[in-house]
Design a protein. Structure first.
Length: 423
C-alpha cells in the first residue's frame, strides 16, 4: 500500500493562476527598461543645450549603469525576505523623481545625482532580479525558463515603444519635457506592485526536491555560491554582456550622428533592437526548457562577435545600422533567461533574487566600463573603433567562459516521469 502523497504533490498550483503575476512583472519591466534603454537619446540634446561634453554625460550614464547593478542584490535580498511589493513601489517612486529632477539639475554633478544615482536605483528596484526572482518562487522549475523569457521580452518591447516615443517628444517639445514624460510613465508601475506583494513560495514537488537548499540561510547560500566555479563563469559572461549593451545603448546614437545620419535613425535603431529581442527572449525561454542553457549562452555571445565583425566591414549607412540593430537585437537581453535559469538550477529559487542580483552587478560593472570607455574613446581618439574591437574580444571570452559550467541536461517533455536527468 503506497503512502498518501503530501498536500503539495496532490494540489499543484493551477498554471492560469500565474499569468496575472507574469503580466504584472512583464509590464513593470517594460516601463523600467524602456526608460533606461532610451537614455542614450538624451546625450546629443544635453550636449547641445547645456554645453556639457559627451565624456561628462557618458560618465553620469556610466555611474547609472553601475548603480543599477549595485542595487539589485540589495533590493533582491529585501524582496527575498520582505516581499517584492514594497521594493517595487520604492523603485517606481525613485525612478520618477530622478527623471523629473533631471532638467532642474542639468550639470555634471546634477546628472550624476539624478540619472546616475536616483533614477538608476529606482530602475534597479524594478528590474530583472526582483521580478524574475519573485516569479521563480511561485513557479515550479520546469516553468521558470519560459516565464523569465516572457518577462524579459517585456523589457525589450519597452525599448521598442519608448525609443520612438522619447525621440518624438524631444522633437516636438525638447529633452526636458521628454524627461518629465518618462517620470509620469514610471508612476504607472506603482499599481503593478500589488499582485507581486506576497512572498508566496511554490510548493510544487518539482520545486522542493532540494529541501536542504531552501532551509539554508542567505549567508550559507552565498558562501556556497562564492566557491562555485560555474557561478563565477556566469559572472564573466554577464560582465561582457553589460559592457556590450551599455556601450551600444549609450553611444550608438552618437555613432550614428557622427556618420551624418538624422536622429530618427538612432531612435529606429534602438527600437529595432528592442523589437527583435522580444523574439530572442521568448525563443531563449522556450529553448532553455529543451537544451543546455550554457550552450545557448555560448551561442549568443559568439554570435555577437560575428555580428560586430560584419558591422565593422560594412559601409556606415542607415541601412547598415538598422540591419545591425535588428540582428543584434535577437541576442540583446536574450542572455537573461538562460543566466537566471542556470542560477536557479545551481542554487534553487529561495535566494534567486539575491544571487541573480549579484550576477547583474557584474553585468553592470561591465556596463560602467562600456558606457565610460565609449566616452573616453570619442574624447581622446575621435572614434569608437578601439571599443568595437575590444567588444569582439570580450564576446569571444564570454562564449568560452560558459562552456565549463556544470549543468544537467533538461528532462525531455515526453519523459516527465523520468527518475533523473542526464548529466
Amino acid at each position: 500500500m503506497s503512502a498518501t502523497p503530501p498536500a503539495f504533490a496532490r494540489r499543484p498550483p493551477a498554471p492560469i493562476g500565474h499569468w496575472p503575476l507574469i503580466v504584472a512583472a512583464t509590464v513593470t519591466l517594460l516601463v523600467t527598461m524602456g526608460i533606461r534603454q532610451s537614455l542614450g537619446l538624451f546625450v546629443q540634446p544635453l550636449a547641445r543645450d547645456t554645453g556639457l561634453d559627451i565624456q561628462t554625460i557618458s560618465f553620469a550614464l556610466a555611474i547609472g549603469q553601475f548603480v543599477w547593478g549595485a542595487v539589485q542584490p540589495v533590493f533582491g535580498a529585501l524582496a527575498d525576505s520582505k516581499g517584492s511589493g514594497r521594493v517595487l513601489v520604492a523603485g517606481g517612486l525613485l525612478l520618477a523623481v530622478g527623471m523629473a529632477a533631471t532638467p532642474f539639475f542639468a550639470s555634471g554633478v546634477g546628472l550624476l545625482l539624478t540619472l546616475g544615482v536616483v533614477a538608476a536605483a529606482g530602475a534597479g528596484a524594478g528590474s530583472f532580479s526582483i521580478l524574475i526572482g519573485s516569479m521563480a518562487r511561485r513557479l515550479p522549475a520546469e516553468r521558470r525558463s519560459m516565464a523569465a523569457g516572457v518577462i524579459n521580452a517585456g523589457g525589450s518591447f519597452g525599448q521598442f515603444l519608448f525609443a520612438p516615443f522619447v525621440q518624438t517628444v524631444m522633437s516636438l517639445a525638447g529633452w526636458a519635457v521628454a524627461a518629465w514624460a518618462l517620470a509620469v510613465a514610471a508612476l504607472t508601475t506603482l499599481p503593478l506592485a500589488w499582485p507581486l506583494r506576497r512572498r508566496t513560495q511554490c510548493t510544487d514537488a518539482s520545486a522542493v526536491t532540494g529541501a536542504s537548499i531552501d532551509d539554508m540561510t542567505l549567508r550559507q547560500q552565498l558562501a556556497i555560491a562564492m566557491r562555485d566555479r560555474s557561478y563565477w563563469c556566469l559572472h564573466i559572461g554577464f560582465f561582457t554582456c553589460g559592457f556590450h549593451i551599455a556601450f551600444l545603448v549609450t553611444h550608438l546614437p552618437t555613432a550614428i550622428a557622427m556618420c551624418g545620419l538624422p536622429e530618427s535613425v538612432s531612435a529606429a535603431a534602438l527600437a529595432l533592437i528592442g523589437l527583435f529581442n522580444v523574439g530572442g527572449s521568448l525563443a531563449m525561454g522556450w529553448l532553455g526548457q529543451r537544451f543546455r542553457m550554457k550552450l545557448l549562452l555560448t551561442l549568443l555571445y559568439a554570435s555577437r562577435a560575428v555580428l560586430i565583425a560584419f558591422f565593422l566591414v560594412s559601409p556606415p549607412t542607415a541601412t547598415t545600422f538598422l540591419l545591425f540593430s535588428a540582428a543584434l537585437g535577437a541576442t540583446w537581453l536574450a542572455t537573461v533567461p538562460p543566466t537566471a535559469g542556470l542560477v536557479g538550477k545551481l542554487f534553487g529559487a529561495r535566494y534567486l533574487g539575491t544571487l541573480f542580483g549579484l550576477t547583474l552587478l557584474s553585468h553592470q560593472i561591465g556596463g560602467f566600463f562600456g558606457a565610460w570607455t565609449g566616452g573616453l574613446a570619442i574624447a581622446r581618439l575621435g572614434s569608437y573603433t578601439t571599443i568595437w574591437y575590444a567588444d569582439i574580444a570580450l564576446a569571444l571570452v564570454a562564449a568560452l567562459a560558459n562552456l565549463p559550467i556544470r549543468e544537467t541536461a533538461p528532462r525531455p517533455t515526453f519523459a516527465r516521469g523520468a527518475a533523473s536527468q542526464t548529466p
